[in-house]
Design a protein around this ligand. Structure first.
Ligand SMILES: CSC[C@H]1O[C@H](OP(=O)(O)O)[C@H](O)[C@@H]1O
Length: 334
C-alpha cells in the first residue's frame, strides 16, 4: 500500500499542495502562485501540520522574492510567518529562506528546496528513534497505539512524525491496531489520519476524542503517540487541542505518552509553555459541522486550536537527535 504522500512540492517557483480540506472525499491538488493565496491556504488548513507549515513558509518566501525588492519581500514574508501563531515551524521556515534573500531569488529557491529535501530524512529519523523507545517502553507486541490529530505525511513534506512511528512499526508487523482520535472540531484524525492509515493498510478504528480515556481504562492502549507545534525549553508541549487531557489520562493509567517532532519544532527561546501563543479559531468551526448548524442561532463558542501539555506529563520528546533532555523528563523514569 502506498504510505507517504507529498503534501506539496514546488513547480517553477510556484507551490503545489494537496488540498487537505477536500480529503478524504477527494484528492485534489492546487497551485499557489501568490502570497495571499498561500496565507489563505494556511489559514483554511488546506495546508497544515507544523513541519508542512515550515516548508510552506520557506516556499512562500520564494513567491515573495519573485519580482519584488528586498523590503517588499520581507514585508510579505512577515505576513506569511504571522498567518498562524502557534507552530514555531512556520516562522522557522520563513526565516530560513529569508536568510538567503541577500543572495537573490534563486538562492531563496535553493534554500526552500533544501528544506523540502531535509524534511523526510529528519522525520524518518525522529520517528525511528521514537519507535525504538516505544518498543523498549511497551512490554506488549504487537502494539495498540492511540493517535491525535494528523501527524502523517500530510502534516509534513513526506513520511510523518508520530504517525511515522506507525509506519516503522507496521513495516515490522508490530502494530495490532491504531485508535485514531477524530480530533474535533476540524476532524484531522477522522478525515486525514484515517485516510493515511487506510492507504497504508494499517488496522485502525476512529474514536470520539471523549472516548480516549475510556479506551485507556479498558486496556486497549499500549502507547499514546502525538506530534507537536511548539516545544518549550523546559519540555512543555503545545499541540492540537485535546492533547493535554490525553496526557492526563495516560499518566493516570501508566501508559507512555510520547511526543515525536523534528528539532525545528523546539523553541529554545521560550522557557516554558506559558509563553506559547495559542491560536483562537472561528466559532463556526464548533457551531457548525460539515456546513450544517448544530447549535442554536447565536450560540457562541470557545475554540482554541491548541493546548499545552506540561513536561511532567510527557514520557519523552523524541526528535531526529534522540530523546530530548531525558534527565528533565520526569515520566521517563516511570
Ligand atoms: C506533525 S504535525 C504537528 C501538529 O500540527 C497539527 O495542527 P494543525 O492541524 O492545526 O496544523 C497538530 O497539532 C499536529 O500534532
Amino acid at each position: 500500500m502506498d504510505r507517504t504522500v507529498d503534501w506539496a512540492g514546488e513547480l517553477d517557483g510556484a507551490i503545489v499542495i494537496v488540498d487537505q480540506c477536500a480529503l478524504p472525499g477527494s484528492y485534489r491538488t492546487s497551485r499557489i502562485d501568490t502570497v495571499d493565496e498561500l496565507i489563505d491556504a494556511i489559514q483554511r488548513l488546506a495546508v497544515r501540520g507544523a513541519p508542512a507549515l515550515g516548508a510552506a513558509g520557506a516556499l512562500g518566501v520564494v513567491l515573495a522574492a519573485r519580482d519584488a525588492d528586498s523590503a517588499s519581500a520581507r514585508r510579505q514574508a512577515e505576513r506569511i510567518a504571522s498567518a498562524r501563531p502557534t507552530a514555531v515551524n512556520l516562522r522557522w521556515g520563513v526565516e530560513r529562506a529569508l536568510a538567503a534573500l541577500p543572495h537573490g531569488a534563486e538562492a531563496v529557491l535553493a534554500e526552500g528546496r533544501a528544506l523540502l529535501a531535509e524534511d523526510e530524512r529528519v522525520n524518518r529519523a525522529a520517528s525511528a528513534n521514537a519507535a525504538e523507545l516505544v518498543l523498549r517502553r511497551c512490554g506488549r507486541q504487537p502494539l495498540r497505539l492511540l493517535t491525535h490529530c494528523n501527524t502523517g505525511a500530510l502534516a509534513t513534506v513526506a513520511w510523518g512524525t508520530a504517525l511515522g512511528v506507525v509506519w516503522h512499526l507496521h513495516a515490522e508487523g508490530l502494530v495490532e491496531e491504531v485508535l485514531a482520535d477524530e480530533t474535533r472540531p476540524l476532524l484531522q484524525g477522522a478525515r486525514l489520519t484515517a485516510w493515511e492509515l487506510a492507504r497504508a493498510g494499517v488496522p485502525y478504528r476512529v474514536l470520539p476524542d471523549s472516548a480516549a480515556a475510556s479506551a485507556m481504562a479498558a486496556g486497549l492502549v499500549d502507547c499514546v503517540l502525538v506530534g507537536a507545534d511548539r516545544i518549550a525549553a523546559n519540555g512543555d508541549v503545545a499541540n492540537k487541542i485535546g492533547t493535554y487531557p490525553l496526557a492526563i489520562s495516560a499518566a493516570r493509567h501508566g501508559i507512555p505518552f510520547v511526543v515525536v517532532a523534528p528539532s525545528s519544532t523546539v523553541d529554545e527561546t521560550l522557557a516554558s509553555g506559558s509563553g506559547i501563543e495559542i491560536e483562537q479559531r472561528a466559532a463556526d468551526e464548533v457551531t457548525h459541522s460539515g456546513g450544517v448548524r448544530v447549535t442554536p442561532e447565536g450560540a457562541r463558542a470557545y475554540n482554541p486550536a491548541f493546548d499545552v501539555t506540561p513536561a511532567e506529563l510527557v514520557t519523552a520528546v523524541v526528535t531526529e537527535h534522540g530523546v530530548r533532555s531525558p534527565e528533565k523528563t520526569v515520566r521517563a523514569q516511570l
